[in-house]
Design a protein around this ligand. Structure first.
Ligand code: MRU
Length: 345
C-alpha cells in the first residue's frame, strides 16, 4: 500500500540482503520510522515488543528471524533453538508456528552450508505468498461489500472493524481491510467505524492506514459499536483472526466477541477474513486456544489496583456469518472450511 504516495511493505530485506528492515509500528501513527534488524534476538524483540504485529506479519517475521539466526550458526541445534526463541514471543497467532514449521521442514534436510541462502529465499517466498493471499481475500470479500452497497446505493457502506487487520498486520493489503481497499478502489463508497482497541490502540494504526489510502473513517471508543449497530449506523462488521479452528471459531483481539454478539443481536453480518496461514487444523474448540496474557501495566489502572490484561478473545463460529479466505468465502464451520481446503479432511 502507499505511504505518502510510495508503495511500501511492512517488512523487507535490507539492501545488503543480510538484514531485515521493518516499519516500527510502536512509533505510528505519530512517526514513520524504519528499523533495521540484524539478529535473531533483534527479531524476537521486535515481535515481542510489537514493533511489528498482526498474525500474518508475525509469521513472515518469524521466517526471517530463522534466516538471521542461520547466518550465525546453521546447525540443527541452532535451528531448534531459534525456533523455540521465536515461538515463545507471542502465543496466540498460529501463523508463527505455521511459518516456523515450514522453515524447519524446508531447512532440516539441507546441509548446514546450504541453509543460509535457502532460509532467505524461503522467507522471501512466504512474504510474497502473503501478499498474494491478501490480494485474493480482498477480491473474494469485495462482492460482499458491493452487495451491501446495492441495498443502499444512496449512501456509503458503513463498516465496523476492530484492532488492525490491515496492511500493517500483513506484508501488504491486509486481511479484513483488503476488501475495503478493493471496494474503495472500485468506486464503492465506504465509511469505516474504527474501534480504538484498548489497551494498545491498534485502531489508530487502522485509522492511519485508511487515511493514507483515502478511505473515509471515524475512530470510536471500543464500547460504542453496540450503540451504532442498534442505531442503524453499521451495515456489517469485518475483522481479522489470529487463529481460526477447523470448526470456524475465531481468536482475535480482545473485544471482538462482544462486537460479534452485538452484530448477532442486531442481525448484522459479522465477517472474518481468515487466511489459511491463520487456520489451526489441529484445534476444534476455540476455547482451548492459548490466550496471550499481556503486561498489566498496559492498562492504566490506579496504583495498587490489580489488573488483568488478556490480549485476545474467542468468537464462536455460530456468531460468524462467513469466513473470507484466499480460496473464497465459506461458512464458519468444519464443512465450510473443508469445502475450500479438502487437503485437510
Ligand atoms: O496484538 P496484535 O496487534 O498483534 O493483534 C492483531 C489482531 O488481533 C488482528 O486482528 C489479527 O492479527 C488479524 S491480522 C490480519
Amino acid at each position: 500500500m502507499n505511504v505518502a504516495g510510495q508503495p511500501t511493505r511492512t517488512l523487507w530485506p535490507a539492501p545488503d540482503g543480510r538484514r531485515v528492515e521493518i516499519i516500527d509500528q510502536t512509533r505510528l501513527p505519530d512517526e514513520f520510522v524504519v528499523v533495521r534488524l540484524d539478529s535473531l534476538d533483534a527479531m524476537a524483540h521486535a515481535i515481542r515488543s510489537m514493533q511489528l504485529r498482526g498474525a500474518p506479519l508475525i509469521g513472515v517475521a518469524g521466517a526471517y528471524g530463522i534466516a538471521l539466526a542461520m547466518q550465525i550458526d546453521a546447525s540443527d541445534a541452532a535451528l531448534d533453538a531459534a525456533t523455540n526463541v521465536l515461538l515463545a514471543t507471542r502465543p496466540t497467532a498460529v501463523n508463527l508456528r505455521w511459518a516456523l514449521d515450514r522453515m524447519a521442514t524446508h531447512l532440516r534436510p539441507l546441509a548446514p552450508t546450504a541453509r543460509v541462502e535457502a532460509a532467505w529465499q524461503t522467507a522471501a517466498m512466504m512474504a510474497d505468498e502473503d501478499v498474494v493471499a491478501c490480494a485474493a481475500m480482498a477480491a473474494h470479500g469485495e462482492p460482499l461489500l458491493r452487495a451491501l452497497w446495492q441495498r443502499h446505493p444512496e449512501r456509503p457502506v458503513q463498516l465496523l472493524t476492530h484492532c488492525n487487520a490491515g496492511w500493517l498486520a500483513t506484508i501488504d493489503w491486509g486481511t479484513a481491510l483488503g476488501p475495503i481497499y478493493r471496494a474503495h478502489d472500485a468506486g464503492i463508497p465506504v465509511h469505516v467505524w474504527v474501534d480504538e482497541t484498548r489497551p494498545r490502540n491498534q485502531g489508530y494504526l487502522t485509522a492511519w492506514e485508511l487515511g493514507q489510502h483515502g478511505v473515509p473513517h471515524t475512530v470510536i471508543v471500543d464500547n460504542a459499536g453496540g450503540l451504532l449497530m442498534r442505531q442503524g449506523k453499521v451495515d456489517a462488521c469485518i475483522v481479522g483472526t489470529d487463529r481460526t479452528t477447523r470448526t470456524g471459531d475465531v481468536a482475535n483481539k480482545i473485544g471482538t466477541y462482544l462486537k460479534a454478539l452485538a452484530a448477532q443481536d442486531t442481525q448484522l453480518p459479522f465477517y472474518v477474513a481468515a487466511p489459511s496461514s491463520s487456520i489451526d487444523w489441529e484445534v476444534r474448540d476455540g476455547i482451548s486456544i492459548p490466550i496471550e496474557e499481556r503486561d498489566p501495566r498496559e492498562i492504566h489502572a490506579m496504583t495498587g489496583v490489580a489488573a488483568h490484561n488478556p490480549g485476545f478473545d474467542i468468537t464462536p463460529a455460530r456468531l460468524v456469518t462467513a469466513l473470507i479466505t484466499e480460496r473464497g468465502v465459506c461458512a464458519a464451520s468444519e464443512a465450510g472450511l473443508l469445502g475450500l481446503f479438502p487437503e485437510h479432511a
